[in-house]
Write a protein that binds this ligand. Structure first.
Ligand SMILES: Cc1cc2nc3c(=O)[nH]c(=O)nc-3n(C[C@H](O)[C@H](O)[C@H](O)COP(=O)(O)OP(=O)(O)OC[C@H]3O[C@@H](n4cnc5c(N)ncnc54)[C@H](O)[C@@H]3O)c2cc1C
Length: 414
């Protein structure tokens, strides 16, 4: 196919698709509604803090093969260094216990037999019970497949699945949890080393992607929102941007990489997830203590994860819908008190910012997962991409990038 591939949406799915298509030498035009690329994964200058921050902390793991492939493709691999080991520090704010989970690197989970490496208060046999999640029955929530109780659940399974699925785990899709466990815990420590964009999401993932696209002569138009698709038979024949429109040739193609609520407004009869969960992030302008790990899991608190960045501490709370209406200052104070307890800092509340992403991800329930469409549509030259399409993974960077790659493959065949 020699025509132009129009990619609607410059989130990670759209950018991954654009890079894949442009790398094979095809013409690419990316159309993004807002004034910035990156979508839900972006950096911006925050006036309250007086510094550039990310909209939310994003964690990747060394087993995220598509994300690492994307970084290699855009020449940004060195911006996300892979640590030597899969080690995760935790604190329980109720009991004040601290521990470090140290996974052995191979597929054989030696670490679960070593009390110094596994979660305190657990036994090897507890981990073996997780095998039920590896290939769970279809359409079941996690709470019907494993017992959501006990120390292993509270201290590892719940924090892991809450972060990965962004939903209270008992309600989450066991199928999606199974995919996460297969690609992380069951794949061994080599796949679980935590990758954090120390310099920010923009400089690590988005700006290098835009630079790569510029080098490949792909066009990226910001502030160019698609208003409607024009259909003719089994083809998309026109793109309507309100102030201008583009008539498509027979060999042009479109990859629609917008969120589900935008896609259903553009594509007739498209069924897609329509329930969402929030993620709340609190950012504090303060130097982290030198001994603080890059990421710290916090239990029995509102705070779930504390990320340490140069000059800043940032807290993530998944499935944060219950906090959407909490007054911002109350929330900042509650979280800061927990951060002090977890880190040993004793400063008064430093400059802070609360970022609440209401529709951070689709709700990863079995019912919502069943609404995810594949990349292929009834129109020969239209493919779908986005973390909400049927990637087999929850809404994550890895899923978004895999969906972009898949859509790029599909339009090569049309
Ligand atoms: C706070 C937060 C924390 C997260 N943490 C993690 C994490 O730790 N690890 C992880 O892997 N994932 C995490 N995620 C999820 C991850 O950010 C998403 O899965 C991923 O960014 C989705 O990319 P996308 O391209 O599918 O969608 P989006 O990023 O939503 O991109 C869609 C793009 O389409 C554009 N658009 C919409 N309508 C139109 C239109 N009509 N015309 C043109 N453009 C349009 C939008 O402006 C947007 O730029 C987190 C998300 C949030 C919000």
């Amino acid at each position: 196919m020699a025509g132009t591939v129009h990619i609607i949406g410059a989130g990670l799915a759209g950018l991954a698709a654009a890079v894949a298509v442009a790398k094979r030498g095809q013409r690419v035009a990316v159309h993004e509604a807002t004034g910035f690329a990156g979508g839900r994964c972006r950096s911006y200058h925050d006036a309250a803090l007086g510094m550039v921050i990310d909209n939310g902390n994003h964690l990747l793991l060394s087993g995220n093969r598509a994300a690492l492939g994307f970084l290699r493709d855009i020449g940004a691999e060195q911006k996300l260094p892979v640590p030597a080991a899969a080690a995760f520090d935790f604190i329980d704010l109720k009991s004040r216990e601290r521990w470090t989970l140290r996974m052995s690197s191979g597929r054989l989970p030696w670490w679960i037999f070593d009390p110094g490496r596994r979660v305190p208060g657990t036994h090897a046999r507890d981990y073996l019970k997780l095998a039920k999640l590896l290939w769970p029955p279809a359409g079941k929530p996690i709470g019907e497949v494993i017992a959501c109780t006990g120390p292993l659940y509270a201290r590892l399974v719940e924090p892991l699945l809450l972060a990965a699925l962004n939903i209270a785990p008992p309600l989450g899709s066991a199928k999606l949890a199974g995919a996460v466990i297969r690609e992380t815990l069951a794949a061994g420590g080599a796949a679980c080393r935590p990758l954090i964009a120390r310099d920010g999401l923009g400089p690590t993932l988005i700006e290098p992607a835009l630079a790569c696209l510029a080098q490949l002569k792909a066009q990226v138009r910001l502030g160019h929102q698609l208003h409607a698709l024009g259909f003719s038979g089994n083809l998309v024949a026109a793109l309507d941007f309100g102030t201008d429109s583009i008539a498509l040739d027979q060999d042009d193609a479109v990859i629609l990489a917008v969120p589900p609520y935008a896609a259903t407004a553009l594509v007739p009869q498209l069924e897609a997830p329509n329930e969402f969960r929030a993620i709340v992030n609190a950012h504090f302008r303060i130097d982290p203590p030198a001994e603080l790990p890059r990421i710290l899991g916090v239990l029995n608190a509102t705070t779930e994860w504390i990320f340490a960045f140069p000059g800043r501490l940032s807290v993530t709370i998944s499935a944060g819908d219950r906090l959407i209406d909490t007054p911002r200052e109350n929330l900042a104070r509650t979280i800061w008190d927990e951060v002090k307890a977890a880190t040993g800092l004793c400063a008064e509340l430093p400059p802070w910012q609360i970022v609440r992403e209401r529709r951070a991800t689709f709700a990863a329930t079995p019912a919502q997962d069943a609404r995810r469409p594949g990349a292929r549509t009834s129109w020969r030259n239209l493919a779908l991409a986005g973390d909400w399409t049927d990637t087999g993974l929850p809404a994550t960077i890895e899923g978004a990038i895999r969906s972009g790659n898949r859509a790029a493959e599909l339009v090569a065949q049309c």
